[in-house]
Write a protein that binds this ligand. Sequence first.
Ligand SMILES: NC(=O)c1ccc[n+]([C@@H]2O[C@H](COP(=O)([O-])OP(=O)(O)OC[C@H]3O[C@@H](n4cnc5c(N)ncnc54)[C@H](O)[C@@H]3O)[C@@H](O)[C@H]2O)c1
Ligand SMILES: [Zn+2]
Ligand SMILES: [Zn+2]
Length: 406
Amino acid sequence: MKAVVWHGVGDIRLDDVPDPRIEQPTDAIVRITSSAICGTDLHMVRGTMVGMQPGTILGHEGVGIVDEVGAEVRNFMPGDRVVIPATIACGYCSYCRAGYYSQCDNANPNGPDAGTCFFGGPELSGPVNGLQAEKARVPFAGVGLVKLPDQISDEQALLLSDIFPTGYMGAELAEIKPGNTVVVFGCGPVGQCAIASAKLMGAGRIFAVDSVASRLDMALEQGAEVVDFTREDPVAVIRQFTGGIGCDRAIDAVGVDAMAPHSGPGMQEFTLHQKEFQQELSQVAPKTNVKGENWQPGDAPSMTLVWAVQALAKAGTLSIIGVYPETVNLFPIGMAMNKNLTMKMGNCDHRRYIPRLMELVQNKAIDPAKILTQRAPFSNVIEAYQAFDLRKEGWLKVHLQMQGGR
Ligand SMILES: NC(=O)c1ccc[n+]([C@@H]2O[C@H](COP(=O)([O-])OP(=O)(O)OC[C@H]3O[C@@H](n4cnc5c(N)ncnc54)[C@H](O)[C@@H]3O)[C@@H](O)[C@H]2O)c1
Ligand SMILES: [Zn+2]
Ligand SMILES: [Zn+2]
């Protein structure tokens, strides 16, 4: 079968690989009909998420049709149409039973303390081969698959795999109460879903910060007050627009590949702290492999964290869903402590949110498919990676179309 294989930093290929097989009685094999590329995949190709094992199949977003089930999978049958949660979880350990699926004790083959187990991740996360493939093995399939109703298309379902649950969890961790002022850093797919979710939770005002015009336009369409950090200092704007108070809640939907402003008033501070950012970057991404314009890591890993803490009101809440790998050691703790901030963060507990969010999609309360601005046959997946990496104008998220999708 065809699959996207990680060969090295800056080196991914669409290869022919053997089909997956049932390895455990709790496994299922799913024929993938739709997949996508996540900002997390970009960290792995840019080199800001280290520890990838060459040969790992990438991707953790997938919709498909069950092909085969192991003897202990009793709730699915071949032919069932399903969405696959990005993180893998057993469903019976104390963490899963409390809803912390990403902290499952049993899913990660490296043991309960090795971290979140997800498809197509670094060695410490399994590694479990990913979903940018014609077929995938899904461990703990009884919990790791969610059945799709006929009315939900592949496009609507695809965002339920990772992006919508993550944006929703970001808004939930931010403790948004009706009327609250919220700032979302990053208007990529996750940021867009965080904005939509903050609206569902009754946010009074939402500020959205990014530098890509088309991404800010989409945030504006959602009703957010947009700030381009290459033209304005986002912290100054947020303070000015909130009577000097700052926002009640901040959501970091950027993660480790954060960029500093290279123009506008924010640039001065970047120049001042350039050395520190460089040092951060060498710690975060010891090896890079820039090819032309592609696979360039962000140049200021802690930028969003600093801005978020600065832009928050006293006693506000910071929610971090942008990914920072374990190797990262950066946070403006002094400022946060002295403002009595609450901080909540983590890998998404996808399985916890998918059924509820599926209902919202079915009731048309939300249409996550709007975020899929591109469609591409799976054969063009590497070009799609390159375009997503460059944050091309108008290019937000791709629907990778495989055979048999709806
Ligand atoms: N916690 C989870 O379980 C989980 C799940 C999915 C994705 N993620 C993470 O969420 C993050 C976003 O994912 P995505 O798919 O939307 O990726 P993306 O790369 O498309 O989005 C990141 C956005 O941040 C913007 N940005 C860069 N520097 C910025 C800055 N200083 N201030 C404001 N915006 C800035 C970029 O222009 C881009 O639009 C990534 O870190 C990804 O790994 C986490
Ligand atoms: Zn993801
Ligand atoms: Zn578990």
